[in-house]
Structures are given as C-alpha cells and as structure tokens.
Design a protein. Structure first.
Length: 447
C-alpha cells in the first residue's frame, strides 16, 4: 500500500477527549474516531514528553534509544538514523514537520525534508500564545495538504503536525465553560481549584479539536483522503497530579485513533492491549516495507484487519528523568500491573509534577509527607483506579512472581542501564535536572 501518513499529535492529553466518553466537546476528534478505529487500551513507552515520543518514533523503549529525559533539557537519541523520519526518507517519502517535535534538542538533528513555518517551539523559552501558535500551524498544514492535492506530485509524504496544547500553561477558561459545572479528573478532590484547573484543560482541548478539524477538512478537500493514513495520538496522561510522569494508567494511557483507506474496523473500538512502540512496525507492514532490526514493538495489522483480537500479552513503560531523577519501571497485562521504584528514597518528587492549581491544592493538603511504596501490584479488573496494593497479598503471590520475572527479563533483554548503574543513571554532560530535596527519608522501608 502506497499512502501518505498524517501524524497528528498533542501534548499531555491522555485519553481526555470525547471519543473516550468524557464530557469534553471535541467533535472533530469524535468524527475521526467514527471514521477510524479507536484503541481503548493503548499505552506509551514512558509517561514523559520526550521519552514517549522517542519510543513511538524509533520503535524502541526510551532506555534503548537513549531518551531517558527531556530533549529541551539536554537528552537526545543515541542514533537519529533510527528515527522513523530517516527510515521513511530512505523509502522515498517526503518528510515534513509543522509544530512541536520533542525528541531532539534541535529539529535539524531529525532530518526532515521540510519544516513548515520554520519555527522550532522552544519548550523552555518561547512566550508566544500557544493557542494562536497551534492554529497558525494548523493553517500551514492545511495549505501544504491542499497544495499537494492540486499538483501532480506522486511522492508520498510523512507529515508530522504537533500541537503544544494541551500542555500547560492552559489558555484562559472559555466563556462557554462554567467551572462550577465541571468535574475534576478522578482521583482529584472536587473543589473550586481543581474544577477551575479542569475547565482550563477543556478549553485547551477545544483548541486541539479546532486545529484537528482545520487539518482534516483540508485533507478531505484535497482529494487525498483515500490514500492517506491518519494517526492521532498524544504523548502521555494529562498534566495533573498522579497522572503525567506516573506509571498509573492515568499517566501511561494514551489516545490512539487510526484511520486508513479500506479500514475494516471503521467506526469501531478495540480493547486489545497495545503500545505506541507498535506503531512503527505497523506502518512497515501496511506499506509492505522490511522492518528494521531495532524495532521492539509488534504489528497491529492483524487487529486493523479484524484477523485477531489481541497481538500482545503485556506492555512496559518507564520513567528515569523528567524535571528530576525518579527511576521506575512497570509491566502491565490486560488485568495486572506491577510498578517498581529504583531510587534511594521513598519520597514524593514534586518537581516531576507540573505547577498548577491542582498541585498547589495537593501540596497544601500535606502531600509531601506521603511516601511511595517500593513495589505496587494492582488487579485492574477489581481495582481499575489502582488504589489497593496487592504485593503482600498471598492470593496474588504467583501473579507477583510472574510479573516480577517478566519485568526483570525485559530490562535485561533491552539492556536497561538501571541494571548496571547501581540504580543511579547519571545525566549526560550538559543536561539539566532539578536537585531533589528529601523531605523525610524513610530508609527503613527499603528491603
């Protein structure tokens, strides 16, 4: 199949869009879901911006591809020739970027053929209005698509359209949204600060939807809709406490909608367990390209063609650095999840929680006096909100042993540096990480 690839991605959205059942007005994304297949259980390779994106775009776990922290803080891939852009260029595709990329300190390192607007959004410095910036880029993408549709150019394209929204800081709350009638995302407490914070997120999500609509309308009008594969996804959970940069499902669960010509699963949802690492090998299969040897995911084509109900038994996700060092790994099956922390303390790391009203409320309520358990085992069928740790429950002894063994095997097979660093992975030269202030170390909790 020779097709164009339109890769639309957001920042910090989790699954908080209308197709996942939330009261968030995103009609364009809802329409896309109706035209494609909605993945209800897609998970990232790491609930932090750059590690997640690097995982998707290389098909490797963050520790395998080298992206153990944030690109704008100095982390980068071990080898940019393994980025999907370089791979697709070698197959004769034109590669185009518009908007956010967050898997390289500089976009030139990735090697796109063309950068629309020629504007690399600096996560640490740019002060432009984020909503206006996204809308401007959406119009640039729409112009590119319409122009391509009106020419005789037969060269397929890979177009990456990255939005800043729904990253913080959110736009001012839309006048159509009354925070009094908004529910904060579970498990945050229902109070005025958290409602106002969520109202601002909904406003940001509406920006995403508007921009998505601009691009998809151009695709329909261009005449190229029937030979273009559309991928809509995000990097990780929303930027609220216990979500982004956490290995709970609220951190690793992501939106994934795939629309492509001849889709037999059009308008349906699947509960199959999948990872964003699976997108790269899926594109290879759909385009009948030989898969590169470094890929760690599995193809979703059997799901897309309706030939299988599942393609994998477990997914893995990880955090090493975000704003600060907080090493953790997890394995998730359909029913169970094991999370393991590898740091030298058990304390909360507030630097890895985005500044916001919800964070202020939590910290004022004594959150810093809490501590993390070294291992957490959850039965997601009976405890989908991950509140009851079953590590010491004798009924789950065999489940714990199985998951623990598989997690260890995965870390060994993928050469996780945690295993050879004494659990203290140093940051690369020039990289920036916040220093951790230990509030109340509890070394007696260590085994």
């Amino acid at each position: 199949m020779t097709v164009n690839i339109l890769y639309i991605h957001t920042h910090d959205s989790g699954r908080w869009f209308q197709p996942y059942g939330y009261n968030i007005p995103t009609p364009n994304i809802m329409r896309l879901a109706g035209e494609g297949i909605l993945f209800r259980h897609c998970y990232n390779a790491g609930p932090s911006c750059s590690p997640s994106r690097a995982g998707l775009l290389t098909g490797m776990s963050p520790h395998s591809c080298g992206m153990l922290g944030l690109a704008h803080r100095g982390w980068k891939l071990n080898d940019y020739s393994k980025h999907i852009v370089q791979f697709l260029k070698a197959q004769g595709m034109e590669t185009v970027l518009c908007g956010i990329q967050h898997e390289a300190p500089e976009e030139s390192m990735i090697g796109y053929d063309q950068v629309l607007q020629d504007q690399n959004y600096n996560m640490g410095a740019t002060k432009d209005d984020r909503a206006d910036w996204d809308r401007m880029n959406a119009r640039a993408v729409a112009s590119y698509i319409r122009e391509r549709g009106s020419t005789s150019c037969k060269k397929p394209f890979f177009l990456s359209f990255g939005m800043f929204n729904t990253h913080r800081e959110f736009p001012p709350v839309d006048e159509e949204i009354n925070p009094d009638y908004v529910i904060p995302p579970f498990p945050l407490y229902d109070c005025s600060q958290n409602r106002e914070d969520m109202a601002a997120y909904i406003t940001s999500a509406k920006v995403v939807d508007k921009c998505t609509g601009i691009v998809l309308e151009a695709l329909r009008e261009s005449g190229m809709e029937q030979n273009t594969l559309v991928i809509f996804t995000t990097d990780h959970g929303i930027a609220f406490p216990r979500m982004k940069c956490n290995l709970y499902d609220t951190g690793i669960g992501v939106t994934l909608i795939v629309k492509y010509p001849g889709n037999k699963m059009k308008g349906r949802a699947t509960d199959a367990l999948v990872s964003q690492l699976d997108i790269f090998p899926t594109l290879c299969d759909m385009m009948q390209l030989e898969k590169p040897e470094w890929l760690q995911g599995v193809s979703l084509l059997p799901l897309l063609e309706g030939r299988a109900e599942k393609v994998r038994n477990e997914i893995f996700s990880e955090v090493t650095y975000h704003a600060a060092y907080e090493p953790m790994r997890c394995i998730r099956t359909e029913r169970y999840k094991l999370i393991r922390f590898y740091d030298y303390h058990n304390d909360v790391v507030p630097a890895n929680m985005d500044d916001c009203l919800s964070k202020d409320f939590l910290l004022e309520s004594g959150y810093l006096t809490e501590y993390k358990e070294r291992e957490m085992l959850f039965d997601l069928y009976t405890d989908p909100v991950e509140r009851e740790n079953r590590v010491r429950d004798p009924r789950y002894k065999e489940i714990y042993k199985e998951l623990s063994l598989k997690l260890g095997q995965w870390m060994k097979e993928t050469e996780d540096p945690l295993l050879t660093s004494g659990y203290r992975i140093p940051k690369p030269e020039g990289a920036v990480a916040n220093k951790l202030t230990i509030i109340s170390p509890r070394m007696d909790d260590f085994e």
